[in-house]
Ligand binder design. Structure first.
Ligand code: URP
Ligand code: ZN
Ligand code: ZN
Length: 459
């Protein structure tokens, strides 16, 4: 069976032209201004639509035991939400706790993903480093994992001691594995939290003051020092502010191999959302926190200049009722995270492309191509080329609609963007030649997503 997409405006990281794409089996076999229709082909008229490569979300949480509860989605709900929103590949953070064995955790996360409708991989969380962990991490890399994840925050849960951080980065360097890192100074966070609570400051509006930009910048500086001394390639996840970006940029200028991610909440929301009354602000508690709105202009300009390589979600869904409410009397107990896997592309298109912040090629580069390149998926994913997987998003720029918890596929009881207008959405989403979504409806098959084994490239 083949699929011919006709007359779309084909946008990759570099290209922008009107033409046809032929998909045969799972891959793209021809691209040209005009192609003859093969006898057995299903034809989609893409006139007036963009054709983007399938988008990649390189920072997602689905199975996440965290802060005394579990993130809400399963692969069944999250992968459908991803596909309807234009994301054909996700990379989930496999986050074992300190007492867990890495290999057991990897197998557990793997088993949860069996029902995925979209393609997926994992960043392997390293929450302890000893002889057993080292040998199991070596085995996990052999099984197709080319990236680790470390937390410099979350004392007592995922956070690594400095000796362990040094050993992890040294191992990663030897194996050619890139290390993704949550950068905040956990000692400062604990001290500031205690001070605020002692002053009776218990609401969600105090989350940001407990983790100011300097705490994040210090975390980035810490990581950069360790990266410089080990030669390990590092990737700062969910970078929220200018202070942190400038530390990373300075390190890059002196030769540290560092890449930077931001996430859609920092580009579209700000700390005033977490200051809303009646505990509504809890819906907007994530770490690092939503910042002052003045940070956003710098984030956008860093995407334009490509200092920020990727725009992910850090999708971390916790219900307001029963989960966020765990922190009703103490903001440090509010499960951290904002769900957005379904909404990232439409928000980035609306607030990035339509508002003139980024052009279409940068949009594709930041939301797909760079993640593929950094994490060992390119050119199978992240581009539109002959021989690449036929992962394609036909995007309708004339669509107008509103985001709402009442219509979303994400399994969580609120949408952080309730009522927000979007100016475009995927009309057809194709994964390896199969149509997965049409006009906001999932039409694919659960369990048809593939685990993407990756080779290390960061030597
Ligand atoms: O608040 C956040 N970011 N929650 C998810 C866990 C993490 O730190 O990435
Ligand atoms: Zn994090
Ligand atoms: Zn995260």
């Amino acid at each position: 069976m083949s699929l011919l997409i006709q007359n779309g405006r084909i946008i990759s990281e570099h290209n922008d032209f009107v033409g046809d794409i032929l998909c045969e089996g799972e891959i793209i076999t021809q691209i040209a201004p005009h192609l003859e229709t093969p006898p057995d082909a299903e034809v989609i008229d893409a006139t007036g639509k963009y054709v983007f490569p399938g988008f990649i979300d390189p920072h997602v949480h689905i199975h996440l035991p965290f802060m005394g509860t579990h993130a809400k989605d399963t692969y069944e709900t999250a992968s459908q939400a991803a596909l309807v929103g234009g994301t054909t590949t996700l990379i989930e953070m496999c986050c074992p706790n300190r007492e867990d064995e890495p290999l057991e955790a990897f197998e557990l996360w793997h088993s949860k993903a069996a029902q995925s409708a979209c393609d997926y991989s994992f960043h392997m969380g390293v929450s302890r480093f000893d002889n057993l962990a080292e040998s199991q991490l070596r085995e996990i890399v052999k099984r197709g994992i080319a990236s680790f994840k470390v937390f410099l925050a979350y004392k007592g849960a995922f956070g690594l001691a400095d000796e362990e951080l040094f050993a992890t980065l040294s191992l990663a360097k030897e194996l050619g594995v890139i290390v993704t890192a949550h950068c905040e100074n956990e000692t400062l966070i604990t001290a500031l939290q205690q001070r605020l609570l002692a002053e009776g400051k218990t609401g969600p509006e105090w989350h940001e003051p407990s983790r100011p930009p300097s705490v994040e910048a210090e975390g980035v500086h810490h990581l950069m020092t360790f990266a410089e001394l080990t030669g390990c390639h590092v990737y700062c996840v969910h970078t929220s502010c200018r202070a942190a970006l400038e530390v990373a940029q300075a390190a890059r200028l002196r030769g540290v191999r560092a890449w930077i991610e931001t996430v859609i909440p920092y580009l579209t929301l700000d700390k005033s959302y977490a200051e809303q009354p009646n505990f509504e602000g809890a819906k907007y508690v994530m770490s690092p926190p939503l910042r002052d709105p003045s940070e956003q202009a710098f984030l956008w300009s860093a995407i334009r200049s490509r200092l920020i390589s990727t725009v992910a979600t850090d999708h971390a869904p916790f219900d307001f009722a029963g989960q966020k409410e765990m922190g009703l009397h103490d903001f440090t107990k509010i499960p951290n995270g904002i769900p957005s896997i379904e909404n990232r592309i439409n928000l980035l298109y609306t607030h990035g492309v339509c508002r003139g912040q980024i052009d279409l090629n940068t949009f594709v580069d930041a939301a797909s191509t760079q993640a593929a390149k950094l994490f060992g998926l390119y050119p199978r994913k992240g581009t539109i080329q002959v021989g690449s997987d036929a992962d394609l998003v036909l995007y309708d720029p004339d669509y107008r609609g509103k985001l709402s918890a009442s219509t979303q596929l994400m399994d969580v009881d609120y949408n952080a963007y309730e009522g927000w207008e979007i100016e475009g959405r995927p009309s057809t989403v194709v994964l390896r030649g199969q149509i997965q979504s049409r006009d906001g409806k999932f039409v694919g098959e659960l369990g048809s997503g593939q685990f993407l084994a990756r080779e290390p490239t960061h030597f």
